[in-house]
Write a protein that binds this ligand. Sequence first.
Ligand SMILES: [Zn+2]
Length: 108
Amino acid sequence: MKTNKYPIAEYDDLEMPSDDMDTDIRNWHSHLVKVRKDTECVYCGAPISKGDFALSERGFCDGEPFLIHDCIDCADDLIAFYNEEIDSEEYCRRWETRHKKYAEQDRR
Ligand SMILES: [Zn+2]
């Protein structure tokens, strides 16, 4: 099972990159959770199994409540980028590698 690389507090209100600037997000929070049912990463599509750690993001989007999960790899890479352990190219490369891998698995 995957576990967090960084102290739990680093995952609090960790803002994942988004190119969607049109939606109105309110009361947004993120934190590290153990997921209660199988789901998948919103960013890369990686499966997240019940009991795995993941970044939970919740809030209101255009007035509607939402709850999404991001896999620990996506969260860890973002923290690594913010900590300047990796540059933006490396960050994108890692994301693309995961995204491709899980997109291929879906097609089978
Ligand atoms: Zn992911």
